[in-house]
Design a protein. Structure first.
Length: 322
């Protein structure tokens, strides 16, 4: 089987993994609006996946045929668990496995997982080797930041580049910076230069603050990344990966998409996921027309998918702009 990273166009687009956002259902909706060249799942925890209570985590590793190519993202602390989970992922039909070494959540970092691995090279090394062993023919990649408390791009990315990874996604901030400062694109550029010197086969994806595909193209020209990952940009534009940005999308079309999303959420998750998870999407869809704010407030009061669908029935065919 070929390494999926090597088959992508240059530059390629990636929808960022976002916990409780880029689930099976949201990705299916994005397939209808503007599909990126590559999807990631939300991160799934290896320790939980190797325990009795694995059901919830397994729901994070569901996919449909439409969603290929797609990378399963995992996180945790025990190398053995990474190996077991990587073997399992191989049987699920994913196109690759990504190790999260970037999540900055304090308790996670304190336990030595995700961005906590930046200061524990021995464990990071063991986790990569164990995942590669379990993954077999599937390519293994890492998504990370440029340091834990201080910027150490060349030191940290240099270490990762010694591991024959298929790809490294670099979010241009330290874990300490979270998302509070502008993304350091110049540091991502340094990672690309280092890659060119020491591991030319490893793909570098740049990530941080990109809101449009035009911006992504500009960045690839300036900093030389092979692809660009967009996360929060999709909250502002569901068609962010559409190459023809001249096309406009009317509120009616966007509300119809919300209806589809709500119905699919209900059909897929039933009562296994809290309905409140759906509410964070209202801001994406209900926007840009007179009365949108009031409509959002009303939708936030909903308790079920049926409530939402009923409220959306009253949406006019041709709403006026703001
Ligand atoms: C709600 C939310 C959930 C996230 N969950 C994950 C995750 O599961 N795995 C991961 O690697 N990054 C996660 N991230 C980080 C994003 O993938 C991305 O690196 C970050 O948002 C910066 O990119 P952006 O500026 O394009 O949003 C999350 C970000 C957000 C906003």
């Amino acid at each position: 089987m070929s390494n999926i990273w090597k088959t992508l166009p240059k530059p390629f687009s990636v929808l960022a993994p976002m916990d409780d956002v880029t689930d099976l259902v949201f990705r299916e909706i994005v397939c209808e609006t503007s599909k990126p060249d590559l999807f990631f799942t939300e991160f799934a925890n290896c320790e939980a996946l190797c325990s009795e209570g694995k059901k919830f985590q397994e729901s994070r590793l569901r996919l449909t045929n439409l969603q290929h190519p797609i990378i399963a993202q995992i996180w945790g602390v025990e190398p053995e668990h990474f190996k077991t989970v990587a073997q399992h992922i191989r049987s699920l039909g994913f196109d690759g496995i990504d190790i999260n070494m970037g999540c900055p959540i304090r308790v996670v970092v304190k336990n030595g997982a995700c961005a906590g691995l930046i200061r524990d090279r021995k464990r990071a090394h063991e986790i990569i080797l164990a995942t590669q062993e379990g993954a077999g023919y599937l390519p293994v990649s890492v998504k990370t930041r440029i340091g834990l408390n201080t910027i150490i791009t060349e030191d940290w990315i240099g270490f990762l580049l010694e591991h024959h990874l298929a790809a490294i996604t670099v979010h241009g901030r330290t874990a300490k910076e979270q998302s509070k400062v502008p993304n350091h694109w110049d540091e991502i550029g340094k990672a690309v230069q280092l890659r060119d010197r020491v591991a030319p086969n490893t793909i570098i994806v740049g990530n941080g603050d990109v809101k449009t595909w035009e911006e992504a193209l500009q960045i690839t020209k300036v900093h030389g990344v092979d692809g660009v990952m967009i996360g929060r940009g999709i909250f502002e534009n569901m068609w962010v990966f559409e190459r023809d940005q001249q096309r406009t999308h009317e509120p009616r079309e966007i509300i119809d998409l919300l209806k589809k999303h709500v119905a699919l959420f209900d059909h897929t998750w039933g009562t296994t996921k809290k309905f409140d998870v759906m509410k964070k999407f209202f801001k994406i869809y209900v926007n840009g027309f007179a009365g949108a704010k009031e409509m959002r407030a009303d939708l936030m009061e909903s308790k079920t998918s049926d409530d939402v669908l009923q409220k959306l029935q009253a949406f006019p065919q041709n709403p006026t702009g703001i």
